[in-house]
Design a protein around this ligand. Structure first.
Ligand SMILES: O=C(O)c1ccc[n+]([C@@H]2O[C@H](COP(=O)([O-])O)[C@@H](O)[C@H]2O)c1
Ligand SMILES: Cc1cc2nc[nH]c2cc1C
Length: 351
């Protein structure tokens, strides 16, 4: 983990200043492209490029199961995780559609699904058959957390090696809003009741049960808020750790990361806990409907690009936000300057 901390370099602020000046030479009133201008500057700072590129994007979906589903915290049964992995392989999921739309590279990693997956195309990196029920015992060992982070790191480096210029991390794991809500409670110190949501759509009356499960588990597990590995070992899950590792790898390679919804933001917070600078390489794609997401975003200190009432996961909201990053980079690369187009600049105030 110490190697990661030295591998992640600070943003290139000088490059950002240079790009800011350049943007003011483009044929538009200064500041009129609003957050697109800020995005272009951030992408230049991240990549150290005056004309950063984000295409092709690389989408990695990490799939894993959660022992806590035996407490009845999800609207769907556990086998939907493996069934959705098959759907990803058959190109039928929302993330497949949006990945195709944006011309992204795509892969799905079995990092801990509670069933054997023999199908062609899945990246087999199973660490264990799902986590243990964190109400009863630790979700996994510290070694397993470290392995899952290493798997994420390896898959991201592979995707970047294949030419991906921007990473979109997604997850599939029935039950994973329960550990995600537990982690936000640990990191924020807030009451569990304020941040538990319906996940895949549990009935209103089951919300209190989900909340009680988390409160009970946290009393037993007592994770150390300052130790992301301890949090992951005690609460889970494997796909959350995998995304954390992938984010660290992207940051170490100066590759922008688009954060998806609630669960992905939890991974982002843990990556930030491991290396503060990692969060400089993150852009939040959208705000999820899950109530805990708003709190997680406050902790991350980032404003989402979109707010479309999504609550799917899989990296879907990040993929939908990707064209906004493309617009920011194309603005820099393709717009004419006042000088090249022969257009008069604004009259300076007081002149
Ligand atoms: O990303 C989100 O904001 C999000 C919000 C709610 C649910 N999900 C997805 O739904 C699953 C978890 O929901 P649940 O109810 O089983 O905990 C998991 O596969 C996630 O990808 C994702
Ligand atoms: C069908 C289905 C698809 C998903 N994609 C991500 N999480 C999911 C949860 C369910 C239930």
């Amino acid at each position: 983990m110490n190697n990661v901390k030295t591998a992640i370099q600070p943003l290139n602020v000088e490059m950002g200043q240079q790009v800011r000046k350049y943007i003011d030479t483009l044929t538009k009133p200064p500041g009129s492209l609003g957050r697109l201008e800020e995005l272009a500057i951030q992408l230049a700072e991240m990549t150290s490029e005056a004309f950063p590129a984000v295409s092709p994007a690389g989408v990695i979906v990490f799939a894993a199961d959660h022992g806590v589903v035996e407490e009845g915290v999800s609207a769907f049964p556990q086998e939907v995780t493996v069934q959705m992995v098959m759907n990803f392989l058959n190109n039928g999921a929302a993330i497949n559609v949006f990945s195709r739309q944006i011309g992204a590279m795509f892969e799905v990693v079995d990092i801990g699904v509670a069933a054997d997956i023999e199908a062609d195309g899945v990246v087999k990196r199973k660490i264990r058959y799902g986590t243990s029920n964190f109400c009863k015992q630790d979700a996994m060992t510290r070694q397993e957390v470290e392995k899952a982070i290493a798997v994420g790191y390896e898959r991201a480096e592979q995707m970047i090696g294949q030419g991906s210029k921007c990473l979109i991390l997604g997850e599939m794991g029935i039950g994973n809003t329960t550990p995600s809500s537990a982690i936000v409670a640990v990191l924020s110190g807030l009451e569990v009741g304020t941040l538990v949501g319906q996940g895949t759509g549990i009935a209103e009356e089951k919300l209190t049960h989900k909340q009680n499960v988390i409160v009970r588990a946290l009393k037993e597990r007592k994770p150390d808020p300052k130790d992301p590995i301890d949090i992951l070992a005690k609460i889970g899950g494997l796909e959350i750790a995998g995304m954390t590792g992938a984010m660290l790898a992207a940051a170490a390679n100066r590759i922008p990361i688009i954060i998806d919804g609630f669960i992905c933001t939890i991974s982002a917070l843990l990556a930030k806990g491991i290396c503060q600078t990692a969060s400089d390489y993150m852009i939040v794609g959208h705000r999820s409907v899950e109530p805990g997401h708003g709190i997680a975003l406050q902790l991350l200190g980032k404003k989402p690009l979109l707010d479309l009432d999504l609550r799917l996961g899989e990296g879907s909201g990040a993929a939908v936000a990707f064209p906004i990053l493309q617009s920011a980079t194309l603005m820099l690369k393709e717009m004419a300057t006042f000088a090249s187009a022969g257009i008069s600049k604004e009259q300076r105030k007081g002149v």
